[in-house]
Design a protein around this ligand. Structure first.
Ligand SMILES: O=C(O)COP(=O)(O)O
Ligand SMILES: [Mg+2]
Length: 233
């Protein structure tokens, strides 16, 4: 198993949308090059449902260590765990729709089809109505810049990172975190060092140790380049 003593570069906890992608959410073509050669554990921590980051790890050929659904689903060392009240989120989503709200994903809702602990709603939705219904169900709404997530309060990526670290016997403080939005604030609080890419929202910018000049993967790559050059210099 990887131990800190072997470290040449730090472990990474990386958000996906807005951090490894461009604005519309397309994976940056440099991601395989950077991640496949990174010589330390990588945790993908995303608001996407579980199959997306698992598939991304699979196709990158890296270890499947994943925090999905904003901390709702965690995979580390081949063990999956779940947090959050999915039935309550489902019930709230139904009420939201009954009152005229729309999830907004079209005929084939691949955003929620495999979602197990929360519900995601398109940013075109009626935010006021969504927040009103969420409050009635004691749920919270977070805005990642890619979707609204109707979720159980207190289920966050940062706790997912703590759980992953316990399973893998890693020190959260050894991690470098990179992200772009409100749902990365908890990760930034747990990791030893945190970076908000240039496109990050206000919450992520406030929470990060450093705001990067460059946006999207240009920002992420700038941190990885900097770490690698300081390790080799
Ligand atoms: O699914 C979203 O809404 C955002 O995903 P992310 O956490 O990877 O940025
Ligand atoms: Mg993001």
């Amino acid at each position: 198993m990887y131990t800190d003593a072997d470290a040449t570069v730090p472990p990474l906890v990386l958000d996906i949308d807005g951090t490894l992608t461009d604005a519309p959410g397309r994976l940056d073509p440099r991601v395989p090059v950077y991640l496949q050669s990174w010589d330390a554990p990588i945790v993908l921590a995303t608001g996407k449902s579980f199959p997306y980051p698992v598939a991304l790890c699979h196709f990158l050929g890296i270890e499947q260590t994943v925090i999905a659904e904003n901390g709702g689903v965690i995979l580390a060392d081949e063990t999956v765990s779940y947090q959050g009240d999915s039935e309550r989120a489902q019930a709230a989503a139904s009420v939201f729709e009954e009152r005229g709200g729309e999830l907004g994903w079209g005929g084939f809702d691949d955003v929620n089809k495999w979602r197990e602990t929360e519900i995601a709603v398109d940013l075109s939705a009626d935010e006021e109505l969504l927040r009103e219904v969420a409050a009635e169900f004691d749920l919270t709404v977070i805005d990642t810049g890619y979707a609204y997530h109707l979720k159980t309060p207190g289920v966050e990526k940062g706790d997912g990172l703590k759980a992953v670290c316990e399973t893998l016997e890693l020190d959260p403080d050894s991690f470098v975190a990179i992200g772009d939005s409100e749902n990365d604030v908890s990760t930034f609080a747990v990791a030893g060092r945190s970076y908000a890419v240039g496109n990050a929202d206000d919450a992520a910018q406030r929470a990060a140790d450093e705001i990067l000049e460059n946006s999207y993967f240009d920002g992420t790559a700038s941190v990885l380049d900097r770490i690698e050059s300081s390790e080799t210099s």
